[in-house]
Design a binder for this molecule. Sequence first.
Ligand code: IMP
Ligand code: ZN
Length: 345
Amino acid sequence: MTTKSTIYQFCRALPKIELHAHLNGSLSMSILTELGCMDTSIVRYMNLTDILNKKERALDECFKLFKVAHDATNTPDSVYIATKRVIEEFDHDNVMYLELRTTPRSEENMSKQEYIESVIKAIKENDKNITVKLILSINRSHDMKNSQESLEVILNMKKIFPDIIKGIDLSGNPNVGKFEAAIFKTAKENSLYTTIHCAEVKNDEEVKDILNFGPDRLGHATFLHPRYDGCQENWQLYCEKRIPIECCMTSNVICGTSESYKKHHIQEWIKNGLPFCISTDDKGVFCTSLSEEYEYANEFFDLSKEDMWKVSLNAVDYSFASNAEKLLYKSKLNEWKRDNENLFL
Ligand code: IMP
Ligand code: ZN
């Protein structure tokens, strides 16, 4: 019988695929404590009450929170520990494949290259039941010179670690800066997959440019469907391209870009059979987990256990893994289903 508790159990046990997780947004309270973060800073990092009280500026408030995490990860050692622990926590939540993304950052005692090397060291040492790939982010608020410099480092590192560095992302406060197609075109030409935070706020012109560029995946896509303040022309373009979107329900609800879980735009994708995956975005800042996000999909959009299993299976196809790896994860999911028939009841 399907009850709240069997759904809870199912969502935790399901082998999951996480395709949208920012390293410095994923630091839990225990990771921040291990990194020597003061209690007062941790409260600031996770202070959702403050954000929810500032409803109309919630998105801008969210972006200020990352400063706490960035201060705690400003040396190669702390970046290494943060990455290691985040991987362990996703593994603990039965995530079998994780595409972790992070913005290469230079600090007083660390270059962008050293930052990436620390993340990769933790990924290479991972001996858990989880495969981890890396997506490197370009912050949209950075100027072209800074972004080009990041791209150069990313391309050099990709030559050394082609099995780990799989893609490039555009993120950062959507109210600041813009999408620069040239950076992503070069990345694509150098065999990097691309994923772009898109339509987090209403910006039809930029959404059109992003869709015309045609990234491999889109983050959020909140203001894209006409019922969600998007324009018909972009929606038509989207439906032709059918680019998988990375849905992060809790993040959108807390940032105030979605009115509520019930009114989340994911329902348009479900209803129209369009490609999506379920993700956490920043599990630390938003106090969530991938299992919880699946639970919300069940609670608010009636996804059955079978549906949720299919969401996980589909996410394999949308991932930046190789074809051989995709076959392996799909067979693991099929095997898990065969061995856990009782969980589907
Ligand atoms: P980092 O890249 O590992 O430092 O992770 C934190 C960074 O991810 C933030 O400073 C933002 O640039 C980016 N980020 C996290 N969540 C979001 C989001 O919802 N939209 C856009 N950018 C985000
Ligand atoms: Zn994001």
